[in-house]
Design a protein around this ligand. Sequence first.
Ligand code: SF4
Length: 314
Amino acid sequence: MKVSTNNHQADHWKMRGGPAGLHLFNRTTGLNVLLDEVAVPLSLHARAPRQVSIALTNRCDLACAHCYAPKSRAELRFDDITRWLAELDSNGTFGVGFGGGEPTLYPEFVKLCQDIAHETQLSVSFTTHGHHIDDVLADSLHGSVNFVRVSMDGVGATYESIRHRPFYELLARFQHVRSISSFGINVVINELTLPNLDDVAIVASDVGACELLLLPQVPIRGVPAISQDTLQGLRRWVDSYRGSLKLCINEMSAEGFPTCDPLGQECGLLAYAHIDAMGILKPTSYSDTGVELGDRGVLQTLEQLTHDLTENDT
Ligand code: SF4
């Protein structure tokens, strides 16, 4: 096994020290290895979050009721994004997930993915509604993107009532998504979508997805949070699922679900942070607490955010 911290040896393993041990990650295969018998001294623990997500733009051409992206046209500067990611890469971050809004509407989206894939060791993923992925975009992204997440909260009429786009058009996009990288399906779970989940899982398997990310609905702009009954129904669905898709759930909704997290000691801002389209660093995309990055480095801003969150808790 070759382990490297050299940015240009892109297909080698990257390593990260932390409270759980020495963590190795290969972005090409997606394989994680945790050497938990290795006691890494505190001074060698990675200081950056393991994963970051970045909302490149708030723009989107769809209008889903459950959308939490602010309805502004805020967009990040290319040079800021590459500067932040270079710093995060050299301080132990393993991956970046681009989102929005709709990230494929970001003007330099392809160049950004290519530059990050070439100049850093970060794994690159993005979350998309999928309707702009054609053969040209897919060809341009192939080799620079390690994983794609496509939003599909239901099938047929259920999908169309949420996304207001024909379902058959989404299905046609999967042939292009498949040619970029392995991919998963994101499903916002609420009273409308839970009854559709069996069909979503069948379609997801049929089109070649490997993962189902379950996202219980959070309250936003008059749309209520998922009800306790629906959440209970989701737990029953997860318990009874026997298909081949890997099931995942976001950390804030994980309570009561059978999850496995060998890195539980590496939590909070050491596990994950989000940068929104206005350049605010936050603990999650839903959080009201954040610190503007401005011209500062990410690690310096993380320290400020950690301090602010601690103050809010006391
Ligand atoms: S596709 Fe995504 S970003 Fe666009 S409106 Fe829907 S939820 Fe929001």
